[in-house]
Design a protein around this ligand. Structure first.
Ligand SMILES: Cc1cc2nc3c(=O)[nH]c(=O)nc-3n(C[C@H](O)[C@H](O)[C@H](O)COP(=O)(O)OP(=O)(O)OC[C@H]3O[C@@H](n4cnc5c(N)ncnc54)[C@H](O)[C@@H]3O)c2cc1C
Length: 465
């Protein structure tokens, strides 16, 4: 039986982070991946395809609206499948790059489904290789098996008109109308992107507000701009049943409404991939949502078996999964990890407009009775935004009115997910280095979007006097 110091299960960002860290520390590492290519859900069904597709859509819009070439594009018919081809190219590049990492670092890849048969042995079975099962023995393990869309038993996902975020990518025809059920990050991102292709979209939200974890002003801006683009948002609605037909699919809501569209995209929740892995048999019991319980070191009930990424639940981001993987591998090898994992993880939401946030919201600060002040910078007043034509957006800084400590950064508009990192560098400083004055006393390139920080800081400071 093949033996490894570390066996990693799953080759998404969580597994990759763990495998690379362990290999760099000189450990023998094996990684098991049930898909025929490495990269994880992140590369094949989640982050990468959705963002590449979005970029292709945004480019098409730029082209269609550019005054010099818009007239050339009037009869141009580009559908969902064509746009998806550009995403496919990115997926190919990512897979090649990541497969190379494993090869260069001598990490052995096994393609197959991993299942524990005791707390130091996993069986790897691959239906394509018939009944052959390979057994691997490990001193330590990292489970990084990710998550999948939640599929209620009474919804027929085998019907071609009923899709989730995995199967929507295989759509070949461009529908005229879509209902997106579930207005979390994935639902909002797809609703926004699909609308940008020109498809009519109903976005059904089970709550009374979009993305209620965001600062209210930002969440309201998202709702305003989605509506402005033509997305019909229906709040506080719950599905009663889904009725797929030959010529469409009807979503019956508990409120009595019926919405018939060409396609239904079900985007309501995710489940951790922990089933069928023999976990209960070795004393690890996932919760009802498939999440594997862990301690602060990412150790499961079996201390030499760690779990990271989506399979442990919040925050379910590729960025966090990678860091958790590195953390777990360090702890596994050294028995401790002094590296502090970032507690305040920025949120990047790739809707149109893009959204990014870090730190406290106004609501949280008000509830905690923190005396804060607000500084705004509207993109439409920035030279750079006027030059690029991307004038929709705003940067908002929340800071302590006595110490000027930065408490929250909230941004929407083009490149918000990049812009947030400028503020993050100051926000993450401890003590007096974290103050609004940095943005006032520094010199920004001109014209840049970074200048929004200076404008927002001055705007906030002026409110104090
Ligand atoms: C539509 C969408 C958009 C997203 N956009 C973003 C974004 O913009 N930014 C961001 O940070 N995050 C985004 N995410 C979330 C991000 O994709 C996940 O947080 C990330 O992929 C989690 O990484 P992971 O390593 O935990 O798991 P995954 O990337 O899901 O990888 C898990 C791997 O484990 C394999 N596996 C599962 N079970 C077994 C088994 N028993 N044996 C062997 N292999 C197994 C799977 O085949 C898979 O390849 C998005 C998700 C979705 C669905």
């Amino acid at each position: 039986m093949q033996h490894f110091d570390v066996i990693v299960i799953g080759s998404g960002p969580g597994g990759e982070g763990a495998a690379m860290k362990a290999a760099k520390e000189g450990k023998s590492v094996g990684i098991i991946e049930r898909h025929h290519e490495v990269g994880g859900g992140c590369t094949h069904w989640g982050t990468i395809p959705s963002k590449a597709l979005r970029q292709a859509v945004l480019r098409l819009i730029d082209f269609r609206t550019h005054p010099l070439v818009a007239h050339l594009t009037e009869d141009l018919e580009i559908g969902f499948a064509e746009l998806m081809q550009t995403a496919e190219k990115v997926i190919r590049s990512q897979v090649k790059l990541r497969a190379n990492f494993y090869e260069r670092n001598r990490v052995k890849i096994y393609h197959g489904n991993a299942c524990f048969i005791d707390n130091h042995t996993v069986a790897v079975s691959n239906p394509e290789q018939g009944t052959k099962v390979e057994h691997l023995h490990g001193d330590g393990f990292v489970i990084a098996t990710g998550s999948r869309p939640y599929r209620p038993a009474d919804v027929d996902f085998t019907h071609p008109r009923v899709r989730d975020s995995d199967t929507i990518l295989a759509l070949r025809e461009t529908p005229k109308t879509i209902t997106v059920y579930g207005a979390g990050v994935v639902g909002c991102e797809y609703a926004s992107m699909i609308r940008n292709i020109g498809i009519k979209v109903n976005l059904v939200n089970t709550r009374d507000k979009l993305l209620s974890f965001l600062d209210d002003e930002i969440a309201d801006a998202l709702a305003y701009h989605l509506r402005d683009q033509g997305v019909l948002i229906r709040q506080e609605e719950e599905a009663e049943r889904v009725e797929p037909l030959d010529d469409g699919v009807v979503l019956h809501l508990k409120s009595g409404k019926k919405i018939k569209t060409d396609i239904l995209l079900w985007a309501n929740g995710r489940t951790g991939n922990s089933q069928g892995m023999g976990l209960e048999e070795i004393g690890i019991t996932p919760n009802a949502r498939g999440h594997v319980p862990i301690n602060e070191h990412y150790q499961t009930a079996q201390k030499h078996i760690y779990a990271v990424g989506d399979v442990v639940g919040f925050p379910s981001l590729a960025s966090a999964a990678y860091d958790q993987g590195r953390f777990a591998a360090t702890h596994l090898i050294e028995g401790h990890c002094d590296q502090r994992l970032v507690q305040d993880i920025p949120t990047g939401i790739y809707t149109s407009p893009e959204i990014s946030s870090l730190g406290k919201t106004e609501r949280e600060l008000t509830e905690a009775k923190v005396p804060y002040e607000v500084g705004h910078s509207l993109f439409r007043s920035l030279a750079r935004a006027q030059i690029t034509g991307q004038t929709v957006g705003m940067l908002k800084l929340l800071f302590h009115r006595e110490t000027l400590e930065l408490l929250g950064i909230h941004c929407f508009g083009a490149e918000a997910a990049e812009i947030i990192h400028i503020g993050q560098a100051i926000y993450s400083q401890r003590g007096p280095a974290n103050t609004l004055m940095y943005f006032i006393n520094t010199t920004f390139n001109y014209p840049t979007m970074a200048e929004a920080y200076r404008v927002a800081a001055l705007n906030g400071l002026n409110r104090l006097f």
